[in-house]
Design a protein around this ligand. Structure first.
Ligand code: ADP
Ligand code: GN1
Ligand code: MG
Length: 368
């Protein structure tokens, strides 16, 4: 636990700090919700310590976030949106005017207004939430598509290059720095049986069949805030990986996170399955929100779900082999259990792939 009162003094808060506590269930940053008082009113803010092991250049990352959030706000204000300030994150400036501040230990911090009357979900319950989340992420890509100026920084280069992720996994397996390789032969075999698939989207990007776009790259459900009453997608958050990418990564990661019958931390995997109704709602939301997709992108939507699930499983496995340096864990086995969970979902998606592809074509045709 950091001293949040001290951290609050680094920012131009214009309100009295009352208290703060850890918040949310993200795997990367340290997030706190803090309550303040100003003119007799209670106001909440998010203070967040950026994980600078995962993101080695926080200044560049914050430059991306400033550009994207300022652009979103300008678009919303131009349309006279009545809730413009609730529909995008805004950075509260530090005392020197920058969008981040450094504490005495060298940590990087940022502050956002808490987006009130919203909820984020680790797992979703119904198709309305799925549709709204996918529409929100699709619409976010619409907004970023009109961002002008230089290319955004790649905050983690090759983040979703699945081919490269496979090489990193095999390097970690060979190095076996934590003597865990003997436990994971089955999982390595599982990945190797699917090795050729890891090059598919990378090749489509390299050949120009799929364009580079500004994408979010971490479209977990808990990275979009839904209105607590209407379930409308209000605000896309966790913008650390918003950078040049591929629309299929965003849709694929949504599928990975939203369709499984069992959550990412479940280890009793015998009943793992795909929720077809949730997949269909995601597809509808995404196709309605991101109306710019070309035919090759549309053809690979279902496959992307499987690929991103395989990739995420490979990343958990790599982290397990390397001694849990990347993802936050609560128990020593958590990363290998998360990996097995993802691979069970890959198998479920494979069983259902023909059905998922048929639904995709049907929903695409309905809109043409
Ligand atoms: P991580 O990179 O660790 O996932 P996030 O930026 O996603 O960090 O924040 C973690 C959680 O904190 C989110 O899932 C969400 O529940 C909550 N959160 C973050 N920013 C806000 C905000 N501005 N308003 C309300 N809740 C927020
Ligand atoms: C991390 O930060 P969070 O919890 O939203 C990770 C994603 C993974 C996800 C798996 C920057 O997301 O790529 O898919 O965990 N974010 C980063 O749950 O690596
Ligand atoms: Mg997050």
């Amino acid at each position: 636990m950091h001293d949040l009162r001290e951290i609050s003094r680094l920012f131009d808060m214009r309100a009295a700090f009352l208290h703060a506590s850890p918040y949310g269930s993200g795997h990367i940053n340290d997030t706190y919700c803090a309550e303040y008082q100003a003119a007799g009113i209670y106001i909440r803010y998010i203070h967040q310590r950026i994980n600078h092991h995962v993101f080695p250049h926080p200044e560049k990352l914050m430059e991306n976030i400033e550009r994207v959030t300022q652009h979103s706000l300008a678009c919303l204000l131009e349309k006279n949106h009545p809730e413009a300030y609730r529909r995008t994150l805004t950075c509260i400036p530090a005392l020197d005017g920058k969008s981040y501040a450094r504490d005495a230990a060298g940590n990087y911090w940022r502050t956002y207004p808490f987006i009130e009357r919203t909820r984020s979900y680790d797992t979703i319950d119904n198709t309305t939430q799925a549709y709204q989340a996918a529409y929100g992420f699709g619409n976010f890509q619409n907004l970023t598509s009109s961002l002008t100026g230089k290319r955004l920084h790649e905050t983690i280069p090759h983040f979703h290059n699945t081919e490269m992720r496979l090489m990193h996994l095999l390097d970690a397996y060979a190095a076996d720095t934590h003597s865990r390789a003997y436990e994971v032969a089955k999982e390595i075999d599982f990945v190797m049986q699917r090795a050729t698939e890891t090059t598919k989207i990378v090749n489509l990007l390299n050949s120009g069949s799929i364009p580079e776009r500004i994408t979010h790259n971490d479209t977990k459900l808990n990275n979009i805030l839904l209105d607590e009453i209407t379930a409308e997608g209000v605000c896309v958050i966790d913008l650390d990986t918003t950078m040049p990418g591929c629309s299929l990564y965003d849709f694929g990661d949504m599928v990975r996170n939203a369709v499984p019958l069992l959550g990412e931390n479940s280890s009793d995997l015998s009943t793992m399955d795909v929720r077809i109704d949730i997949f269909t709602a995601l597809l509808d939301g995404y196709l309605d929100g991101a109306q710019f997709l070309n035919s090759t992108e549309k053809e690979h939507l279902a496959f992307a779900g499987k690929l991103l699930t395989l990739e995420c499983g490979m990343r958990f496995l790599t982290d397990y082999l390397q001694g849990d340096r990347y993802f936050k864990i609560k128990s020593p086995q958590q990363n290998i259990l998360r990996c097995r969970n993802q691979f069970a979902l890959v198998q479920a998606l494979e069983r259902r792939m023909t059905e998922l592809e048929d639904i995709t074509m049907q929903r695409v045709q309905m809109r043409s």
